[in-house]
Write a protein that binds this ligand. Structure first.
Ligand code: CTP
Length: 428
């Protein structure tokens, strides 16, 4: 089956042209190149996907370097894994991997084992729907290789592993299965389901690298239907691999519903997408003890900056929630000062968790108060000969607070306000 027409229709023109260029260069260098993985699946589902993964029979680093040279791009090579990424000046990236044939050696010349190398590469992949390839060399450009029934499973809406040891080879595939099942509204095939439960019982997840666990959770929480994915994780008892106390119950689901409402409002108001997964993760973790969140973050093994960013956010959400619930009512300026210490996704998580009593204040904060600035500045204070200058920023933020609380909304009243305040503080 040749799917050139579909590729051309579905992928953006520049991506399609790049694939033709890859094929032409593969012929020149005497390599074979294939488009593989998620993008092939998505083309068959008539969805676009610009994550281009190419398998090279030959040397991916060598191919990538020549390709980058020819097309004015740069190649970053990962020699140990025999992979490379070509990055174009506009940021468009193409990933190249050398076909994995290390376990078997197939004589390339024997006609009956033609495609053996790519077949072997595809066989090591997670699910049939992700294990299809498209030939890119010129003569056969667009030929679909589907050795394991990927097209049939796409039609039957089924997630199916290629062999019984798939989850043992890589337990993080269980989380991928959940993600794809939810994204495409597919079922987990019956045999795959048994293997899946078996992998959970064997506690294989301890072996999965922390960063992988983080990324898979991040991807799941970035899915539109993430609530369904979390329910599926509960069904398969996967939540415990993140933390033994992690729960998804009706209350948590209601909190996610509130979060989605505030996110919808935010998107509509500001035409901007906050980092969804952080807000959702903060809600997911909001009932955990601080020590549990710390354990999770240690397990994730993120770099220092990311660890700090996430732990800060989760901690702020917890503290803020406790404080707001205790305080109940407060002036808008106090609320604003509190909220503006948090990054937007964390502030949105707090808004979702804190409940209706703060709904108006939350909305006013995002649409008005966070932008409020005093109408007077340091020059005005200088002109008024207020000393010491080190107090200026405190005075100006007091003016801002007063403006937020509606006490002085124009320059005149703010000048009067600041003069009185300076006098009261004993400044000159
Ligand atoms: N893959 C795999 N096992 C994994 C991860 C990836 O076999 N644990 C293979 C699959 O063939 C997958 C490909 O590597 O299609 C690329 O992986 P990735 O980019 O993570 O997934 P995509 O399928 O492209 O998913 P998405 O659409 O979410 O990017």
């Amino acid at each position: 089956k040749n799917i050139t027409g579909m590729i051309e229709n579905i992928l953006p023109e520049r991506v399609f042209k790049t694939l033709l260029d890859v094929g032409a260069m593969a012929d020149e260098l005497g390599f074979k190149c294939y488009l593989v993985g998620g993008v092939v699946r998505d083309i068959l589902l008539r969805k676009t996907n610009e994550d281009i993964d190419i398998v090279v029979e030959g040397s991916a680093p060598e191919f990538a370097k020549s390709f980058a040279d020819r097309h004015g791009a740069r190649a970053a090579v990962h020699a140990k894994f025999k992979t490379a990424v070509v990055i174009f000046p506009d940021g468009f990236r193409v990933d190249f991997a050398t076909s994995r044939t290390e376990y078997y050696h197939f004589p390339a010349s024997a006609p009956m084992v033609e495609d053996a190398s790519i077949k072997n590469d595809l066989f090591r992949r997670d699910f049939s729907i992700n294990a299809m390839a498209v030939k890119l060399n010129k003569r056969e450009f667009g030929t679909l290789l589907d050795f394991f029934g990927g097209q049939r499973d796409l039609q039957d809406k089924k997630i199916r592993v290629l062999h019984s040891l798939s989850f043992v080879d890589d337990p993080s595939r269980a989380l991928r299965a959940v993600r794809f099942a939810v994204r495409f509204d597919f079922m987990i095939g019956p045999h795959t389901d048994r293997l899946f439960r078996h992998a959970v019982n064997l506690d294989l997840f301890e072996r999965v690298q922390g960063q992988r666990m983080f990324l898979e959770l991040k991807y799941i929480l970035s899915e539109k239907n993430y609530k369904k994915a979390l329910r599926m994780m509960r069904k398969y008892d996967l939540l415990k691999f993140f933390h033994k106390d992690l729960r998804l119950d009706e209350r948590k689901e209601a909190q996610f519903d509130s979060l989605e409402m505030i996110l919808d409002w935010y998107r509509f108001q500001f035409d901007e997408e906050p980092e969804l997964y952080i807000a959702r993760m903060a809600v997911l973790f909001s009932d955990l003890e601080k020590s549990a969140v710390k354990d999770i973050l240690e397990r994730f093994q993120l770099d220092e900056h990311k660890t700090l960013e996430h732990s800060e956010c989760f901690k702020q959400v917890k503290d803020s929630l406790a404080w707001l619930k205790r305080s109940k009512k407060m002036p808008n300026s106090v609320f604003t000062r509190h909220m503006s210490r948090m990054a937007t996704p964390c502030a949105l998580a707090v808004s979702a968790l804190v409940g209706e009593i703060f709904e108006k204040q939350v909305k006013d904060y995002f649409s008005v108060y966070r932008y409020v600035k005093p109408d007077i500045g340091g020059n005005d204070l200088l002109a008024m000969k207020i000393e010491p200058k080190t107090e200026y920023s405190n005075l100006l933020s007091a003016v801002k607070d007063a403006k937020i609380d509606g006490k002085c909304t124009d320059r005149e009243s703010q000048l009067r306000f600041v003069a009185e305040l300076a006098l009261k503080n004993g400044e000159k």
